[in-house]
Design a protein around this ligand. Sequence first.
Ligand code: TXA
Ligand code: MG
Length: 333
Amino acid sequence: MSTSGSEVLTAQDYSRAGELIREGELVVFPTETVYGLGASAVNSTAVQRIYQAKERPQDNPLIIHFGTPEEMLRTIPKDQGLLRRAVEIFSPGPLTVIVPAPAWAVPQVRHNLPTIAIRVPSSPLAQSIITAAGVPVAAPSANRSGRPSPTSAAMAYQEMNGRVAAVVDGGNCAVGIESTIIRAEADRELIILRPGSISKDDLTSALNCPVHYPSIATRTSGPLVPGSRYRHYQPSVPVVLIPPGAVDDAVAELRSLDNDIPYTLLTVRNQESYQRYAERLYRSFWLAEQSDTRVILAEMPPAGVAEGLADRLERAGTGMYKTGELSRLLFTE
Ligand code: TXA
Ligand code: MG
């Protein structure tokens, strides 16, 4: 692995970024969700190097990215009408679908599964880079294993400098959490394997079909998303989850415990959407880790709202605040 610094590219350098990928190099680039760590999905050596750069277990397969929905649809069998419709409606965008693996997908990209995960990012820069590469691009989130997915060029650079040929600076990611992953059952219903900004309601109303999260039974009999086996990122600063509306109580209680304790408050600000909250979530965690913050108080969205954001908060959280119990959450572990 290279020990010298990675080249920093900008949007104008998209063809150079694509060329590097085509030649088998690793390139970090922005998508609308999070920064990806890209390599040619048809080059097993290049894909292998993604796992090294991420220090990622080899049995966690990658998402393959296409530059256009037309190319993505070519990889979805004609008899998968429901998935094809989902792609026609939501691609380009933060939707990943699971389909039978085509012959060109090297085993390393799918960890020998009979399926692959595919999507088309809506970020025009990501599309130009993938199109310039001229190959499908395998790209997990550009974090080292156990770290937050980068949603800014600075985060991505800190994670991957020296481990990749280039980092493309495309500013902050608009969505801020990873794509919604779905698969179809009998071409009749959809299963959400990973929640994201495209919600169960979005899918249900657009496709007019049953949409489920995996049942507890299937969840315990084996992971449907292989990656869900691994411990998800938790910031080194404890994250206390606050039920919707209880932020003022939690802050007052923190103040009564210790008036000087530095904390970070994550909540939906006035007039702001949960989308904006999700957009800055990982950056807030990252900034808190680099500050003197001792605790992150994070307000949960109401039940059934912003399920992708709620999922990432739950995974990052150390516990749910209840009146009078903040000290137990913070000081017993
Ligand atoms: O928004 C995103 O999806 C970002 C950007 C870069 O596109 N990518 C991303 O990739 O989040 P990654 O590798 O961090 O997460 C991919 C997830 C993993 O949980 C993996 O287990 C799952 O997709 N996955 C990949 N192939 C699969 C398959 N054949 N069946 C089920 N799950 C699969
Ligand atoms: Mg990831």
